[in-house]
Design a protein around this ligand. Structure first.
Ligand code: APR
Length: 231
């Protein structure tokens, strides 16, 4: 019998207890910055320096952060299940916790990409990406992030992964940003859906079991439940 397939769809909330700010909580990033100033192609064209500095600050935070018990519990489930992470997060905490299948829908902050050829992606050496950091074709490197108003290139592969899930677990996402949030509707009708979040999250037309607590407590408990139920 093939292993049960679990897809974890994660958002900023799973990294909150690792010290990384979410976006729409009371102290969220969008309380302090305007999206149109730091996370759109127009912002990049208007003031690339400001955009680079915004992501430098976040990259510094990511380099200082460590995975928490939620990231670790997800990685540990790979010993008994086929686990796929589909994350909206741009940090590498899932990978550092040991998850081996991680798809980043909105890009990765520790990578940079050519503005002349988007297929050219490079690791960022250290915390900063600066004006003058060029790709081999001589163009300015930009953060390897999907900005608002840009296509989500990995959306269809992500939808295909969710469509194969026996269990879908949403952790730490307000499910407010599309098309990513729409992925919950790609789960097969027979899949069971769980949601780990200390707050109420609305997901129209989706029936889920709500584990109403922080990820570092809720995800390990849910992992234990999944082991008891399926192994
Ligand atoms: N544990 C679990 N969930 C938490 C925790 C925690 N400790 N703290 C907060 N949360 C929940 C909040 O209740 C909220 O539902 O995490 C969610 C965070 O929601 P958002 O800040 O909207 O983050 P996210 O859903 O990931 O945003 C999606 O929006 O700005 C864009 O590209 C950005 O990928 C991001 C996308």
């Amino acid at each position: 019998m093939s292993p049960i397939r679990i897809v974890f769809f994660t958002g900023a909330g799973i990294s909150a207890e690792s010290g990384l700010r979410t976006f729409r909580d009371s102290d969220g990033l969008w309380e302090e910055y305007r999206i149109e100033d730091v996370a759109t192609p127009e912002a990049w064209a208007r003031n690339a320096e400001l955009v680079l500095r915004f992501y430098d600050l976040r990259r510094e935070q990511v380099l200082k952060a460590s995975p928490n018990a939620a990231h670790e519990a997800i990685a540990a489930l790979e010993d008994s299940f086929h686990v796929q992470v589909v994350t909206q997060n741009i940090d590498d905490l899932h990978e550092r916790a040991g998850s081996s299948r991680v798809l980043h829908l909105h890009g990765e902050i520790l990578k940079a990409r050519s503005t002349a050829d988007p297929s050219l992606v490079f690791p960022v050496n250290g915390p900063h990406l600066r004006t003058g950091d060029k790709c081999p074709k001589g163009s300015q490197l930009r953060p390897h992030i999907v900005w608002f108003g840009e296509e989500v290139p990995l959306l269809m592969p992500a939808a295909a992964l969710v469509a194969q899930a026996d269990v879908l677990v949403v952790v730490g996402s307000s499910l407010q940003v599309y098309p990513a949030a729409g992925l919950v509707h790609s789960a097969p009708a027979q899949a069971t859906i769980h949601l780990v979040d200390p707050n109420t999250v609305s997901a129209q037309g989706v029936r889920f079991t709500h584990w109403k607590e922080k990820a570092s407590l809720g995800v390990p408990k849910l992992a234990q439940f999944l082991r008891k139920t399926y192994t």
